[in-house]
Ligand binder design. Structure first.
Ligand code: SF4
Ligand code: SF4
Length: 301
């Protein structure tokens, strides 16, 4: 699958602009001469919901899933972090189970579901009209385009179970589009924001601990019911993570802060820095004293 999805997905390979009603000629099935050829040149960028599905499927925490099955990359010049599914050195997806095909087929990532269709744009959430646009990728090794079957993009998406994935990823795509279209007006987010983006987008179990921590509760004021929901429900936590990221990246304040929390945090930070400064001073003075007592030549006097 040599689409190189730069989320939201696009491809440089022979794009044809399509709408949801456009028809494409395509059928992929076991027994086709190219079966698995795409998975042997895999370049699969993962979305937050892909990771949620994969961690459930493989029975791993998100942290362990990221460590064992993904590789990091930068999605833009500002270092926005992305993750891809791991392959071997020749590009074969590690989820490929030989001739049997994809070992995680029911939970395969969005890119794999859509292929050979690429998602170019998604409608705004709750927008009255759908404005999704697609393109089709035609690669020489893929024989799925040669059969007689024709169907609409809508039917293809339904067949591949894309909508479940899009509905959980849609807000995240919009976040990234907003970040990209803002360009230099927003500038490179601070390192701390990029780390929060990684955690809230991909490392959901760590994000849950963060949201349920005392520090978070002392900083943000959320209804008790929401805390209960995000403690138990991964999908609810994912939706909350997008809300949190909008606040962190774009200052869209939808999560109320506890009165005085900011001032308290500044004071705490200052106390931490002051303690560190004091320790460093003491360390240097002790080193100077030691130098003086050995006569400056390393020998005790
Ligand atoms: S996850 Fe499955 S479908 Fe996707 S590239 Fe890997 S083996 Fe192929
Ligand atoms: S038809 Fe295309 S998508 Fe299906 S296995 Fe062959 S290369 Fe992959």
């Amino acid at each position: 699958m040599s689409t190189k999805p730069d989320i939201p997905f696009k491809s440089a390979v022979m794009p044809q602009a399509l709408t949801a009603e456009s028809r494409l000629r395509f059928r992929c099935h076991k027994g086709i001469s190219c079966f698995n050829a795409c998975c042997k040149a895999a370049d699969v960028t993962l979305t937050p919901y892909d990771i949620l599905r994969l961690k459930r499927r493989l029975g791993l925490s998100s942290t362990e899933l990221l460590r064992r099955h993904t590789v990091p990359f930068q999605m833009d010049a500002d270092g926005l972090p992305g993750v891809k599914l791991k392959t071997d050195e020749s590009g074969v997806c590690l989820q490929l189970a030989g001739d049997a095909g994809c070992a995680i087929y029911a939970d395969r990532p969005t890119v794999c579901r859509y292929y050979p269709v690429a998602l170019l744009a998604l409608r705004e959430q709750d927008a009255p009209t759908a404005e999704e646009r697609y393109s089709v990728v035609q690669e020489a090794h893929c024989k799925g385009h040669e059969g007689p079957r024709e169907l609409s993009v809508t039917a293809y998406r339904a067949e591949q179970g894309c909508e479940d994935f899009d509905s959980l990823n849609r807000e995240w795509y919009q976040l990234i589009l907003k970040k990209k279209s803002a360009g230099p007006a927003v500038g490179r987010p601070p390192e701390a924001s990029l780390r929060l983006f990684f955690m809230a987008s991909y490392d959901l179990d760590t994000f849950r601990r963060f949201v349920l921590s005392e520090n978070f509760r002392n900083t943000y004021s959320l209804p008790k019911a929401l805390y209960r929901e995000v403690a138990q429900d991964d999908e609810a936590l994912l939706r909350f993570s997008y809300r949190f990221l909008r606040q962190v990246l774009f200052g869209e304040r939808t999560i109320e802060e506890v009165a005085g929390a900011w001032d308290r945090r500044v004071t705490q930070r200052q106390e931490v820095w002051e303690a560190r400064r004091q320790r460093e001073l003491e360390r240097r003075m002790a080193a100077e004293d030691a130098k003086d007592s050995d006569g400056g030549d390393g020998r005790a006097s």
